[in-house]
Design a protein around this ligand. Structure first.
Ligand code: GTP
Ligand code: MG
Length: 530
């Protein structure tokens, strides 16, 4: 397809910009629930049980989707996923891997919610922040995992004490004061003496967290004629709640992390090694100050996803409506997003040059946006497709790109809108030809080398369609932003008139964003600085 004059924004700002992780290192993606545990007000102490089971069910499903995940460890609302050393997943592109995993996990979490909390509605949109790390050596990966289990122990022991104290009548602040500065031994004694609880009898899932991995299990595959079972070893994803700090788990599962020399670890306190390693292993990508930040998300395998859900071709109004509804909710949540522009299965979110959102940490920003969006997509599905079951887990990848000037940001948006036009016009012709009886191959060869006027002609002459009368949402995409809207807030008691108030509202338009007029009408969106 023809290139537009705006394509330079891609070739000059996006190629290879994405960090590729060193080959032959373990990639670890850690995801962490963001605030929603507090907002959701889980019951104590029973809900965390279901919460952990929900997290574990999602982790198991991740293994089924991403074959290169070799091990996962989680507790509370966090999970770390370890990829094989040799993984070539997405050519080891950091942002692609991170965003895809966080997105998929978020969708799973919302999809599976009802299985664990049938009596409890989701009160807010759950989302996760992601972090990406790599570990060059087996020992450092082991140290990282050991540190996670150490944190699990500390937080679970602390929380067990805290909630016992609260149940016994203390306020939360009093309980926190009592626990200030206490260590393991002291907390064990408190539990034992005051509440008759032997901490070591608390369920392993809470004390040790959950380790997920594939293991060979004996499975009955069929029965012989005489009724005897035929047993084979099959790889299954299993969840265990065991110690992963010591040697024994790793010795029993040598294929997980092929430790070259476990002896190296013997004399080193794992937490210390991890602290030393931390700065080197976490992929930090602070986005350039004073540049426009664009986070672009794109549906993963949406070609299949739209076929599976029988979306109208080439445009499904409901599917686009669902995307737009998610973006409206996202703008209501994240005030740092000034506006968003989207078509098909993609959306670009624009943050101001001066935004300090997440201290401009790229991985945090991308993972939060893609996670929140994915959760919303699942949550809002029924509203747009009340008679269609969601048959697969939708996910999106995301990236952050920095644009130094307003002109380049405008060119970026123009590039996306030109792309929308080119794709939509091509797809409209293509599907009209197919619907009229041509094969897909015939339709492709008819359209080969055609320009905009040829396609307009074809649509008009063969199908009586004036392209410019097709819905603007299909031709122009959707632009979503905040604007002042006058609203009736109250009708006067005497019935004469009403009181109006100017409110900021998130609104959707399907207009031209390449020319000047839209920007002149909405000068508050981007201020000229160049
Ligand atoms: P990746 O993004 O690389 O994972 O591949 P993808 O399959 O998502 O394709 P891509 O993002 O390049 O293009 C989006 C695809 O989503 C389109 O090619 C369509 O197949 C599909 N799609 C998006 N919106 C609609 C729609 O409204 N109707 C239909 N029928 N399909 C749509
Ligand atoms: Mg896509």
């Amino acid at each position: 397809m023809a290139n537009s004059k705006y394509e330079y924004v891609k070739t000059e700002f996006e190629p290879d910009f994405e960090t590729k992780l060193l080959p032959s290192t373990y990639i670890v993606i850690r995801i962490d629930g963001h605030q929603f545990s507090e907002e959701q007000e889980f019951d104590k102490p029973n809900d965390p049980r279901a919460l952990m089971s929900l997290m574990n069910a999602c982790a198991v499903a991740m293994f089924e989707e991403f074959k290169d995940i070799v091990f996962a460890y989680g507790f509370g609302d966090e999970y770390s996923f370890v990829f094989t050393r040799t993984s070539k997943f997405y050519q080891r592109r950091a942002s692609k891997i991170l965003s895809t995993l966080v997105s998929f996990f978020s969708s799973l979490y919302v999809t599976k919610w009802n299985l664990f909390f049938s009596q409890k509605d989701l009160r807010c949109t759950p989302f996760f922040v992601g972090q990406i790390m790599y570990f060059p050596w087996d020992e450092t990966l082991r140290c990282y995992l050991a540190k996670r289990q150490d944190d699990c122990h500390n937080s679970n022991q602390y929380n067990t004490c805290l909630w016992e104290l609260v149940k016994s009548g203390k306020t939360k602040t009093e309980a926190q004061d009592i626990l200030k500065g206490t260590r393991t031994q002291c907390r064990n004694e408190l539990l034992f003496k005051q509440f008759d609880i032997n901490y070591n009898t608390v369920p392993m899932m809470f004390r040790k967290g959950s380790s997920v991995f594939r293991d060979k299990l004996k499975v009955v595959v069929k029965n012989r004629e005489n009724g005897d079972p035929v047993v084979r070893l099959r790889k299954k994803v299993i969840v265990e709640h065991c110690d992963i700090i010591g040697e024994s788990f790793w010795r029993e599962h040598p294929s997980l992390i092929a430790s070259e020399d476990l002896n190296l670890l013997r004399n080193v306190h794992s937490s210390n090694v991890y602290e030393c390693m931390k700065n080197e292993t976490e992929v930090k990508n602070k986005l350039l100050p004073y540049t426009w930040i664009v986070v672009r998300i794109d549906g993963r395998h949406f070609h299949q996803f739209s076929d599976m859900h029988d979306f109208d071709k080439p445009n499904d109004s409901k599917a686009l409506g669902l995307m737009n509804a998610c973006v409206v909710a996202l703008l209501e949540k994240f005030k740092d997003v000034i506006f968003a522009y989207g078509v098909s299965d993609e959306y670009s979110f624009v943050f101001s040059k001066t935004s300090q959102f997440q201290q401009r940490q790229g991985s945090n920003i991308v993972s939060m946006i893609v996670s929140f969006f994915s959760s919303l997509y699942v949550l809002n599905w029924d509203e747009f497709f009340p008679h269609k079951e969601l048959r697969s887990t939708p996910s999106f990848d995301g990236r952050a790109i920095c644009y130094p000037s307003t002109k380049i940001l405008r060119d970026y948006l123009a590039w996306r809108q030109v792309d929308c036009h080119i794709n939509n016009q091509y797809n409209t012709c293509f599907w009209m030809l197919v619907k009229s009886g041509k094969t897909k191959r015939e339709a492709q060869s008819i359209l080969k080398g055609t320009q905009t006027p040829d396609k307009n002609d074809l649509l008009y002459k063969q199908f009586g369609i004036d392209y410019n009368t097709l819905p603007a949402m299909f031709r122009k995409g959707s632009f979503i932003f905040r604007d002042k809207v006058e609203e009736i807030v109250q009708h006067r008691e005497n019935g004469c008139g009403h009181i109006q108030k100017v409110q900021m509202k998130v609104i959707i338009e399907h207009c031209d964003i390449i020319g000047e007029s839209f920007w002149k009408e909405n000068p508050h969106l981007i201020t000229c600085d160049n």
